[in-house]
Design a protein around this ligand. Structure first.
Ligand SMILES: NC(=O)c1ccc[n+]([C@@H]2O[C@H](COP(=O)([O-])OP(=O)(O)OC[C@H]3O[C@@H](n4cnc5c(N)ncnc54)[C@H](O)[C@@H]3O)[C@@H](O)[C@H]2O)c1
Length: 368
């Protein structure tokens, strides 16, 4: 086993697990499963999609066979529009064909879409079997694979169907990012900038001090691992404090409330999730300035970093009524009020749920 792999503990009381980060750690998956107690002969369903499994499927299957496991590979079609019940049916059919049992395991090998779907399929097959996450996008490495939120979209909205189902292990191999399209890499950077603003000033400054954060080819390997590690730690710490999102976990929605509006109104596919979050962070920053919560100079630093990461910062042209209607339909509405996570300074945020329509109107006028 690779002794250089980093181990981060997600020490939840009932479902503790580790995030393992290391270059070429994909090859270690069999050893890692043995280390955490999975017995030889275990039936495993690896779920992936072609773009990912063409590069990494073989390596995973070989490692599992070397450790005397019994893996099968299921390849699904990629894309947010496939994150639905039909894909879950395909995973469950494969689970049936592979005769998975209560102690069996599913492995998600891919981005957040594969991770969310496989996690949900595992949560619901035989009332819950084990799942391991092997994220291959930057966004899934620092966010989606950690914390046990699983789910699929419903015709009426994104992620409306789901379950909390913690993985047994998250294995991150930053080398897999080599094949990730640049635009997807940049979308992942949005979530990393988010961690900087909500809780990690040092991470924010580390990114500010780099010449290039928009293209993997120009980023030093050590720096990339450090940035992934810090972000994964931030996520783990928040999840440990608040596994089921009744408190601080909501901080992770920074930029997402306005981001979801963009995704809803522009249609999924026009903007990637991370791009919408980037524009959402700029927008909520403006809202915070209006309230006197945040200094303009800090908002400018955030915008500059977002642009440096190659991400969009300009709010798209959207009708106010549509924005307000979309906000009211957000999952984060409670008692008819939308919650916003607002920045107080870089590294600190607070939740406010008393934002008036007038404030939102003023904010959008300012952004347009
Ligand atoms: N569960 C959570 O806590 C959580 C958090 C954030 C986001 N999400 C979900 O994550 C999803 C977005 O995930 P995403 O941004 O990873 O997108 P994605 O899963 O759609 O992957 C993006 C694209 O990259 C390709 N790809 C993935 N890894 C690759 C690699 N290494 N090389 C080449 N191509 C690769 C995929 O095939 C896909 O076409 C959304 O559905 C969102 O709701 C979940």
């Amino acid at each position: 086993m690779n002794k250089n792999n980093l181990h981060i503990k997600v020490s939840l009381t009932s479902n503790p697990y580790e995030i393992v980060i290391g270059e070429s750690s994909l090859e270690d998956i069999g050893d890692e499963l043995s280390r955490i107690g999975f017995k030889q002969g275990l039936k495993i369903l690896v779920v992936s999609n072609k773009e990912v499994s063409d590069h990494y499927g073989d390596c995973i299957i070989k490692s599992l066979i070397r450790s005397k496991y019994n893996p099968k590979l299921l390849i699904l079609k990629a894309g947010e529009d496939r994150k639905n019940q039909s894909s879950i049916d395909l995973i469950h059919n494969a689970a049936y064909e592979a005769r998975l049992e209560r102690g069996s395991l599913m492995i998600a090998l891919g981005g957040g879409v594969i991770g969310d779907m496989t996690g949900f399929a595992a949560a619901t097959w035989l009332r819950g079997i084990h799942v391991v996450q092997i994220p291959t996008t930057l966004l899934a490495m620092v966010d989606a694979s950690i914390g046990g939120k699983t789910g699929i979209n419903h015709a009426k909205g994104k992620n409306l169907i789901g379950a909390f189902h913690q993985p047994k292990l998250v294995l991150i191999d930053p080398k897999t990012l080599i094949t990730l399209p640049t635009r997807e890499f940049q979308a992942g950077m949005a979530e990393i900038i988010k961690y900087g603003v909500i809780s990690d000033l040092n991470l924010f400054e580390l990114l500010e001090n780099q010449n290039n954060i928009s293209n993997l080819l120009n980023i030093d390997n050590k720096l990339l691992i450090e940035v992934i590690e810090r972000s994964a730690r931030s996520k783990a710490e928040i999840v440990i404090k608040d596994e089921k999102e009744s408190g601080v976990r909501a901080f992770l929605n920074y930029g997402h409330t306005f981001g979801h509006v963009i995704e809803n109104l522009c249609g999924y596919g026009k903007w990637l999730h991370g791009e919408a979050v980037a524009m959402g962070m700029v927008a909520v920053g403006q809202l915070a300035i209006q309230r006197g919560l945040w200094k303009e100079v800090e908002a400018r630093r955030q915008k500059k970093l977002i642009e440096k990461a190659g991400l969009p910062s300009k709010w798209p042209k959207l009708e106010l009524e549509n924005v307000l209607r979309s906000l009211k339909g957000d999952k984060k509405v409670k008692d008819g009020k939308v919650s916003f996570v607002m920045p107080l300074k870089i590294g600190e945020v607070k939740i406010f749920n008393n934002i008036s329509n007038q404030e939102i109107e003023e904010c959008l006028q300012h952004l347009n």
